[in-house]
Write a protein that binds this ligand. Structure first.
Ligand SMILES: Nc1nc(=O)c2c([nH]1)NC[C@@H]1CN(c3ccc(C(=O)N[C@@H](CCC(=O)O)C(=O)O)cc3)C=[N+]21
Length: 308
């Protein structure tokens, strides 16, 4: 009996394993860059205030950077930091040659205009992909920094499904950070994309169409098993800390235990999308480093005299 039920269980999409493979490949490239050019990619992470969850993420990012052989420049500012102080720091980081990527940890305290801060980051150092120029480039299908979470989700989807052409994809959640860029990426992969949200009529029925279901709403276990088309690939972006029986634990936006019996493949929380987000931050920082070196190179290499 036991074997019969496990045979129908969805394949687990191991984000930790995929992330560690990606991080190892990045580390190898970073080591090669060091040997060839004596240069090290660097990321500046700015944390305003002392939100405990943000502290955890910032520490994890710093550790991952160092493990890949890159530099992490961490800037911690008090919660009551004035907007102009933060903007002055961004200006300095924009001009700093050792800093190839800049990440300002969100959310920011209420006195700070988040959009003004994001738009002050040089688009060439915008490893979060939140600057209007990168958002626009992504929408046009041009080379762009892509936000780390949706980039990681797409890598997992490609790993499980290969070519995504023609698939029905439903993304739940229309945030600028996950939902909207995820929809753009899936469109770029020739999916038929539905971007659903809190005002969508009959959300369960919309979800049941999905070959690919991406849940990014931030509501614990909102997606029930009967919202899932049998065999669908389910990507759970939610990271919700909930209290149950006096202990705190993480849960996604999907009722994982029930969904496992219906989906074809599913990401766990933790150990799914989260680790890929950090690995993609390293990838974006490496990409930013390469862009900066291309800028520094002569504009017309062909005009350079070749040794005869
Ligand atoms: N400018 C900015 N860029 C971000 O990319 C950004 C941000 N602000 N603010 C907060 C969110 C959240 N985020 C996560 C990164 C890693 C995990 C992660 O590694 N999660 C582990 C578990 C971590 C735990 O145990 O708490 C997992 O899912 O397995 C989760 C969430 C990046 N964010």
């Amino acid at each position: 009996m036991k074997e019969e039920s496990t045979a129908r269980e969805a394949r687990l999409i191991d984000g930790r394993q995929a992330a560690s493979r990606l991080r190892a490949a990045i580390a190898a490239e970073v080591a090669q860059l060091g040997r060839d050019h004596g240069a090290v990619p660097g990321l500046a992470v700015v944390l305003v205030g002392a939100d405990p969850a943000s502290e955890v993420y910032v520490r994890a990012k710093g550790r991952a950077m160092r493990e890949a052989g890159m530099e992490s420049h961490e800037h911690r500012l008090p919660a009551d930091t004035a907007q102009e102080t933060l903007l002055a720091l961004i200006d300095r980081l924009n001009a700093d040659d050792r800093v190839h990527g800049i990440l300002v940890q969100l959310p920011l305290p209420a006195q700070i205009d988040t959009q003004a801060v994001i738009q002050a980051i040089s688009p060439d150092k915008d490893v979060d992909g939140f600057h209007v120029l990168n958002v626009g480039r992504l929408a046009l299908g041009q080379q762009a920094f892509v936000p780390c979470t949706p980039r990681g989700c797409l890598m997992l989807l490609r790993q499980v499904l290969g070519d995504l052409t023609g698939k029905e994809a439903v993304v739940i959640g229309r945030s600028d950070i996950v939902g909207k860029p995820m929809a753009q990426l899936l469109l770029g992969q020739n999916c038929t994309v539905t971007l659903a949200h809190s005002r969508t009529r009959d959300l369960p029925a919309v979800c049941r169409r999905a070959d690919i279901l991406v849940a990014a709403v931030g509501r614990p276990e909102m997606v029930r098993a009967d919202w899932i088309k049998p065999g669908a690939t389910v990507i759970d972006v939610g990271i919700n800390r909930i209290e149950r029986d006096g202990t705190s634990r993480l849960t996604g936006d999907v009722d994982f235990a029930a969904a496992r019996g219906i989906a074809g493949a599913i990401t766990p929380v933790p150990g799914g999308v989260g680790p890929m987000t950090i690995a993609c931050l390293l990838q974006n920082t490496l990409d930013a480093f390469r862009i900066s070196r291309r800028r520094a190179a002569p504009c017309h290499p062909s005009s350079e005299r070749k040794p005869s």
